[in-house]
Design a protein around this ligand. Sequence first.
Ligand code: TYD
Length: 401
Amino acid sequence: MKNFLNLGRQPIANAFIKEEDFDDEFFYDLVVGFDEETGLVSLAEFVPPDKIFNENYAYHTSQSFPMVQHFKDIAIQLQAEFNPQRILEIGSNDGTFLKNWPIGSATAIEPCMNFCNVTRAQGYVTYPYFWDFSLAETVANERGLVDLVYAANCICHIQDLDDAFNGVNRILKDDGIFVFEDPSLESMLDRVSYDQIYDEHAHIFSIYALSNLLKKHGLKIFRIQELDAHGGSNRIYATRDRKVEKHFRRPRIAQSVECVIERELSKCLDSMDIMLRFENQVQQSRIQLKEMLQRFEEQGKKVISIGATSKSTTVFNFCRFDSGHMQLVTDTTPDKIGLFTPGTHIPIVDRQDVNLNDYDYAFLGAWNFQKEILKKESEFVGNGGQFITHVPRVGIYENSR
Ligand code: TYD
């Protein structure tokens, strides 16, 4: 693997922190590499998973209304089309997808104990471990094989993908399907959204790379759904090579896999050159955003950020922001309120406790929810407030002009 991007010393992106813990904060070097053989983009140094995924993990899927709808919709779609009788979810968080399935039919894997307790209390059998082949053996022996393995924003967290895919192979029935969704490398490169890169995202997938990796395990992608979720994701449907015919009902579906790979290759996603171009764009993005916020600071303008996101941890630490650049961060998640942003230690407050009209600019920390945020905050815009974004380029968000 060849490294192409260094985002500097970074804390755990989702580890919003208390003041008394500032001195003990964990940092690591966030460096990104490219494997020219498979086309896989991965972190050069992985953070030990138990430093990230533990009982303090702050992201609650159920607290994001759009994601609740997202998981309901996909559950209904999978039930209507494939009618799986037994399912396994890897990375079930607080059960937002799971709750759409009968208790007896579903098994969950969730290493964060806070969430494991939630789904257990709902009655779902939940294994509090990281997904790997040996866990797959245990679950297969204790619970049997499944028709569907589903994982959302989880497979890209797993450092050893070969072991994870071996585990999927172990637990799937012969004609079972594996459906997973993760941030898209193509979207990240198109939008220069380098903030998709943080400790949790051990890999950022292209379909090209995934199809190379899955092939080694006798698995073949038969459908791709391109999603807006998390700033541009792909939902991948795979099954055993020899079972593609069974699931692959509509010719247009197969074509979509080929089309996506063709489009990725036309953008040279299999080449180091494009990664180096991305690196250059990221450095420019940092310079421009920092200059903009420094100018606002000099002009005495007040800046707030909306959404205490993992993504903004990468941006804030890469750009080395402090409370001079940005005075507060608002969030709607109860567990984040009262804490400070990782690394940069900017206070996080409840959106309800802030009058946005006291601020001149609002940075879209949760730019992936920009439509919702702009709609909610129309009064701020009406009063002359402006949104700043860095995606796809640094500037005033055009709809807020
Ligand atoms: P998320 O999209 O999960 O970002 P990441 O994966 O980078 O952590 O998080 C969005 C955050 O934004 C979440 O903490 C809730 C918050 N939020 C707001 O504060 N206001 C809003 O209007 C919306 C939609 C989200």
